[in-house]
Write a protein that binds this ligand. Structure first.
Ligand code: PSU
Ligand code: MN
Length: 342
């Protein structure tokens, strides 16, 4: 173990680190448009453990107004530096304040912002029409990468929707993982998605997918389904520790492989809701969304909101807990990565 660590340290020369930043991140134009808080900029420059946090979860997740502050506190108490990411009044920001998030929650016009929406919101802002955007996993990864952030903790990844082979409703989170080198820690993806096709798609995109083994033998670990620990589909890979995850992230960077990585983290047993218990409610919510025409980017928020009504507080508690656990796991990975880079 010592030897591997020494090797990783040796190879992380300042030269390699500089080159590993994307060409765009170094350009004047990006530096002028992208606003990175001084705390986050300093932390990135000095390889401190920065953790990106998405804002869609606050603006469109309906999990409560204090969530952003709770998450920031959690990153800090775990030894990291939080970087909430959003488009605030037309400005793409990394290191958004919790006051700004509050204002975005209150603004009914706040857009759910994926990759396709970023330049639109920023361009409109430049033209004088200032809009807010809560960034999805895809939108957050894109901006995190531009700011040089390597690790991102969140709830659930978007995926291939049921019937996606016909509707082509495939979350841009998946293609983002194929093209943007950021490590995402999530509880897999929602049980109302088509998980086998989601994993097939990620494989095609060249995105690493590993699940925290939690003491289980590799062959026994499912890719998790958000509220449920098991999805019935085996995880393509497993990791056994945060240090292993950090080493995998560093290897990807030093090999210059540009794709992102997904480190799945199953929900804790005591908060988990077995898939069988949820199936009926999921089927109902998905069917309703279909009938009422909640397609595209409106699908996930509708289904989540409906499940909350159908299933009650237990689902909210599970959702909150799993996001917290993922943020702690992400922070621990960032801390390990920071050690490897010293
Ligand atoms: N999972 C949640 N709450 C959410 C989302 C996922 O528990 O709000 C959001 C994430 O931001 C994710 C997005 O990136 O939904 C995926 O949406 P779509 O399927 O439209 O790409
Ligand atoms: Mn979609």
């Amino acid at each position: 173990r010592q030897t591997a660590s020494a090797q990783l340290r040796l190879r992380s020369s300042p030269h390699l680190q500089r080159r590993s930043l994307s060409a765009a991140a170094g350009s004047h134009a990006v530096r002028n448009l992208l606003q990175v808080s001084s705390e986050v900029a300093d932390a990135v420059a000095n390889n401190k453990p920065v953790v990106a946090l998405e804002s869609t979860i606050y603006t469109h997740g309906a999990l409560g107004k204090d969530l952003a502050q709770e998450h920031e506190d959690l990153v800090r108490s775990s030894g990291g530096i939080p970087a909430i990411i959003a488009v605030v009044e037309g400005v793409p920001k990394v290191g958004v304040s919790t006051e700004e998030i509050m204002r975005m929650i209150e603004d009914e016009g706040t857009v759910k912002a994926s990759r396709r929406d970023i330049a639109y919101l920023v361009g409109m802002g430049l033209a004088g029409r200032k809009m807010n955007g809560g960034t999805t996993i895809a939108g957050t990864m894109l901006l995190a990468r531009l700011a040089g952030i390597r690790v991102f903790g969140t709830g659930g990844l978007g995926g291939v929707h049921r019937g996606g082979e016909n509707s082509l409703d495939v979350s841009a989170d998946l293609t983002e993982l194929g093209r943007t080198r950021v490590a995402v820690v999530s509880s897999g993806c929602k049980g109302f998605l088509d998980i086998p096709r989601t994993l097939e798609f990620l494989e095609t995109q060249g995105a690493y997918v590993g699940t925290y083994a939690d003491g289980r033998a590799a062959g026994k670990v499912d890719f998790p389904a958000f509220w449920a620990r098991d999805s019935g589909v085996k995880s393509p890979s497993v990791y056994h520790s945060e240090r292993e995850a950090a080493a995998i992230i560093l290897a990807q960077e030093q090999l210059g492989i540009e794709s992102g990585m997904l480190f799945a983290n199953p929900i804790a047993e005591e908060f988990a809701i077995p898939a069988k218990e949820m199936q009926g409610h999921i089927d109902q919510a998905v069917a309703e969304a279909d009938q009422k025409g909640f397609t595209g980017s409106a699908n996930t928020p509708y289904v989540l909101q409906r499940l909350k009504q159908l299933f009650g507080d237990r689902i909210v508690a599970a959702n909150k807990q799993l996001v917290r656990a993922n943020i702690v796991r992400a922070t621990n990975i960032a801390v390990e990565l920071s050690r490897l880079l010293k």
